[in-house]
Design a protein around this ligand. Structure first.
Ligand code: URA
Length: 241
C-alpha cells in the first residue's frame, strides 16, 4: 500500500526540526491545522530506504536504530508481533518494562487486558499460519521504552514514525485500532481527546481506523471498559467480522 504524496527524498534537518515543532504544538493547535502542517513533513522525513524495506530489513533497521536518545537505555527494541497479513492491526504507545525485557509489545498487565478483549472477539496474535481475518498484528508508536514509562517526546515520535508507517504498509490491515492518545496523535494527527474521537470510523490512508482507550487507561478507569467494548464491536462491524 503506497501512501499518497509520499516523498522518496530524505528531508533536510530544518524539516525535521519543523516536524518536531509541529508535534510539540499538538496539544494547543487545531487538529486540522496540525494535519496540514505536519503530514507532508512526516512523509518527507523518512530516513532513506525505510519506505521500500521488506520485513527482515525493517526489523533489522529497528534493532540498529540509534536515531533518538531512547536507544541508550533500552534493553532491546520492541518491533511488533502477529500475523504479517493480519486483517486487524492494533497500534499502542510504547514498550513498558515487561516489553523491554521480553521484546514483544503488550505483554504486561495492559497486554493481558488487550488479549482478553481481543479473545472475546475471537482474535489472537500468535497464530502466524491462522486465518488472517482472525489475526491481529500489534505494534507501537515507539519501538523503545521511555525511561520510567514517561510519555513519548515529540522528537522520539517523529524519529520512530517511519517504522510504524512501513509496518502498516506491509501488513495492509483491513482495520486499524488506535489505542490511546499517542497512537491517535501519530495516525490521525489529532490532539482531540480519545473520548471525543471514539465511536466513529476514521481513515488512515483509506484504511478504516477506530479510536479507543489505551488498556492502561482502562486498568485505571474500569468504568470505561464498556465503551472500549463498544469500540471493538464497531471495529468488528467495520471490518465485516
Ligand atoms: N503499552 C503500550 O502502549 N504498548 C506496549 O507494548 C505496552 C504497554
Amino acid at each position: 500500500m503506497a501512501l499518497p504524496g509520499q516523498s522518496r527524498t530524505p528531508a533536510p534537518s530544518s524539516v525535521r526540526a519543523e516536524l518536531v515543532e509541529a508535534f510539540s504544538r499538538a496539544p494547543s493547535v487545531d487538529s486540522a491545522e496540525l494535519v496540514e502542517a505536519a503530514a507532508p513533513l512526516v512523509r518527507g522525513d523518512r530516513p532513506t530506504g525505510i519506505e521500500s524495506m521488506d520485513w527482515a530489513a525493517l526489523r533489522q533497521a529497528v534493532v540498529d536504530c540509534r536515531a533518538c536518545k531512547l536507544c541508550e537505555r533500552r534493553r532491546q527494541t520492541v518491533f511488533g508481533v502477529g500475523n504479517e497479513r493480519a486483517h486487524w492491526m492494533v497500534v499502542g504507545e510504547a514498550p513498558g518494562e515487561q516489553e523491554d525485557i521480553q521484546g514483544e509489545p503488550f505483554v504486561g498487565k495492559s497486554g493481558q487486558l488487550l488479549d482478553n478483549m481481543l479473545r472475546a472477539l475471537g482474535l489472537g496474535r500468535h497464530d502466524a499460519a491462522g486465518d488472517p481475518a482472525r489475526q491481529v498484528y500489534i505494534a507501537n508508536t515507539l519501538k523503545c521504552r521511555p525511561p520510567g514509562n514517561r510519555n513519548p517526546e515529540p522528537d522520539e515520535l517523529a524519529q520512530c514514525e517511519p517504522f510504524l508507517v512501513r509496518q502498516i504498509e506491509l501488513v495492509q490491515p483491513k482495520i486499524l485500532l488506535a489505542m490511546g492518545r499517542f497512537a491517535v496523535q501519530s495516525l490521525l494527527r489529532s490532539s482531540e481527546p480519545v473520548g471525543r474521537l471514539r465511536g466513529r470510523v476514521h481513515r488512515y490512508h483509506g484504511v478504516p481506523l477506530i479510536v479507543t482507550y489505551h488498556p492502561a487507561y482502562l486498568l485505571r478507569n474500569p468504568e470505561d471498559k464498556a465503551r472500549a467494548w463498544d469500540d471493538l464491536c464497531l471495529a468488528a462491524e467495520t471490518a465485516g467480522v
